[in-house]
Ligand binder design. Sequence first.
Ligand SMILES: *[C@@H]1O[C@H](CO)[C@@H](O)[C@H](O)[C@H]1NC(C)=O
Ligand SMILES: *[C@@H]1O[C@H](CO)[C@@H](O)[C@H](O)[C@H]1NC(C)=O
Ligand SMILES: *[C@@H]1O[C@H](CO)[C@@H](O)[C@H](O)[C@H]1NC(C)=O
Ligand SMILES: *[C@@H]1O[C@H](CO)[C@@H](O)[C@H](O)[C@H]1NC(C)=O
Ligand SMILES: *[C@@H]1O[C@H](CO)[C@@H](O)[C@H](O)[C@H]1NC(C)=O
Ligand SMILES: *[C@@H]1O[C@H](CO)[C@@H](O)[C@H](O)[C@H]1NC(C)=O
Ligand SMILES: *[C@@H]1O[C@H](CO)[C@@H](O)[C@H](O)[C@H]1NC(C)=O
Ligand SMILES: *[C@@H]1O[C@H](CO)[C@@H](O)[C@H](O)[C@H]1NC(C)=O
Ligand SMILES: *[C@@H]1O[C@H](CO)[C@@H](O)[C@H](O)[C@H]1NC(C)=O
Ligand SMILES: [Cu+2]
Length: 551
Amino acid sequence: MLLLIFFSSSIEAKTRYHKWEITYQLKSPDCFQKLAITINGSTPGPTIDAQQGDTVVVAVKNGLFTENIAIHWHGIRQLGTPWSDGTEGVTQCPIIPGETFIYSFVVDRPGTYIYHAHYGMQRSAGLYGLIRVALPQGEVEPFKYDSDQSLILNDWWHKSAFEQSVGLSSIPFAWVNEPDSILINGRGRFNCSLVQGGGTCNSTNPDCAPYVITAVPGRTYRLRIASITSLSAFNFQIEGHNMTVVEADGHFVKPFVVESLYIYSGETYSVLVKADQDPSRNYWAAVNVVSRQPKTPTGFAIFNYYPNHPKKNPPTVLPIGPHWNDTTGRLNQDMSVKAHPNYNHPPPKTADRLILLLNTQNKIGGHTRWAVNQVSFTLPHTPYLIALKDRLRNVFNQKPAPDTYDYKTYDIYQNTSNQNATYSNSIYRLKFNSTVDVVLQNANTMTSNNSETHPWHLHGHDFWVVGHGVGKFDPEKDPNGYNLVDPIEKNTVAVQPYGWTTIRFRADNPGAWAFHCHIESHFFMGMGVVFEEGVDKVGKLPKNIKGCGAS
Ligand SMILES: *[C@@H]1O[C@H](CO)[C@@H](O)[C@H](O)[C@H]1NC(C)=O
Ligand SMILES: *[C@@H]1O[C@H](CO)[C@@H](O)[C@H](O)[C@H]1NC(C)=O
Ligand SMILES: *[C@@H]1O[C@H](CO)[C@@H](O)[C@H](O)[C@H]1NC(C)=O
Ligand SMILES: *[C@@H]1O[C@H](CO)[C@@H](O)[C@H](O)[C@H]1NC(C)=O
Ligand SMILES: *[C@@H]1O[C@H](CO)[C@@H](O)[C@H](O)[C@H]1NC(C)=O
Ligand SMILES: *[C@@H]1O[C@H](CO)[C@@H](O)[C@H](O)[C@H]1NC(C)=O
Ligand SMILES: *[C@@H]1O[C@H](CO)[C@@H](O)[C@H](O)[C@H]1NC(C)=O
Ligand SMILES: *[C@@H]1O[C@H](CO)[C@@H](O)[C@H](O)[C@H]1NC(C)=O
Ligand SMILES: *[C@@H]1O[C@H](CO)[C@@H](O)[C@H](O)[C@H]1NC(C)=O
Ligand SMILES: [Cu+2]
């Protein structure tokens, strides 16, 4: 009896074991059949549910015959386990075919997170899923809801990730183009009559039937929305229903109401939606591409009012969302996301170091690349964590990566005017426990009058989003406008066209951490950097992360 009470009231952290096999399968998520990378046969993969403080153990078997893999746990800081971050080339060697790799990490914070492939461009082949971390027993969120549902948004191509990556690295350059469709929980709709030159496309395949969210009139729904797109920025809306934003990247938000939500690759949000409209019909949940001129049809799910038939289409046309190029609207949302007053941990008032990062598109030896302060990033053969911890010499460029660019004279509105970008695998070494400001400065691409949106993701940390601005960041004036009172903490943040974004973080997690644009092809084309901090404090590295390069 005593034992029973002990167990039922126990708040001891649990260990949650998962065993996954990664294989290729023929899938038709948008009705068009294609080889997809799956976890135990499914894409998206299984959702990992855990509670704050639990240890998650995932034994990943690489069942692909000819490809390496690695899986990143996006938003999990990996405190004390920097080797479980799953970033091939940074924190581990790839998992080779036939091999099983065991990831083990603590989920130390409640909220909504993602996992996805972090090797080559495999993420776009379907290897992704959600992580939901519940609050400890007896604790509640600072908001109320009747039901908790998840939507993972993605963009999808019929071309393989191989064909895409070969095109990106070829001369002449071949762009991946806009996605063929938008997926909501792995379901989309391609117009099969547009299929040219073979391929199987069956519009009545149940795998591409729209996803249905069933709502009971009067109830409030928490929708956890995650974007894992390879390219697109999205706008999400439920026709006729406003949404209250309450969580962003695992942090409670000072609630604010939106008619539609902008979401960038690598971000997660929770919104509350009340089923308080005319219950005699269903409504569209619609996803539209923004920030690039859309060439992809609107993605949709059905917001079904019980007891209407879940498959009954709403009587209206699909919402087309806001103007794709309404940068001001997107910036307004960025600036509305602030920490919830009861969960506000203001940042240090000053930073010890300022790193100004200019984002440009460049040509290097005829190749089209992205560069940060003239450096187009390449991964070394020996992962940084191993190289740094085991003091392996000459396995990456030891010259420090540049802290700034020529901000006094650089014209961010001109076609990328410099021809000086080079490849490098150099990194930033941060003083342990120092406070670092990073300013991401956007600029014109190599196309006239064009600047893109880049969602930057930091591994191993959350950062405070202390400022956003339009134009060129001025290191003298702009810091005066920083929000140091209640900035949101996030792991991914957008830099809008011709704008800048400043993040602040404490370099207090020993390890080597990637910081990169979350657009799959941009990172592939060099849009990233690596930070090292306190690597001497990292515990003994597990053997299973080694075995490539000089390790
Ligand atoms: C995945 O498949 C393995 C066997 O290969 C099995 O042990 C495991 O339970 C499965 N996991 C899930 C989540 O289906
Ligand atoms: C599918 O494409 C065909 C051919 O262009 C077009 O006639 C048809 O209206 C499209 N169907 C839908 C549902 O968009
Ligand atoms: C399309 O899928 C439906 C449902 O699975 C099936 O009944 C039908 O035979 C398929 N059509 C073709 C041409 O394969
Ligand atoms: C949604 O919010 C807007 C702006 O705050 C308001 O004008 C509109 O009436 C609201 N719609 C609903 C359905 O509550
Ligand atoms: C937005 O794009 C449209 C074309 O889709 C163009 O006509 C319009 O001028 C653009 N607006 C801005 C603010 O760039
Ligand atoms: C490129 O390098 C050359 C030679 O070092 C230098 O003169 C020029 O100013 C550089 N251009 C830019 C935009 O940095
Ligand atoms: C890091 O710095 C903060 C603030 O100066 C201090 O409170 C904390 O103890 C330091 N942590 C470590 C591990 O040195
Ligand atoms: C921009 O500059 C690059 C590199 O000099 C050049 O290849 C490209 O054609 C230019 N684009 C435009 C629109 O002028
Ligand atoms: C670029 O934008 C400027 C200012 O809005 C305009 O004067 C110019 O014509 C545009 N150039 C092109 C090629 O669209
Ligand atoms: Cu980018």
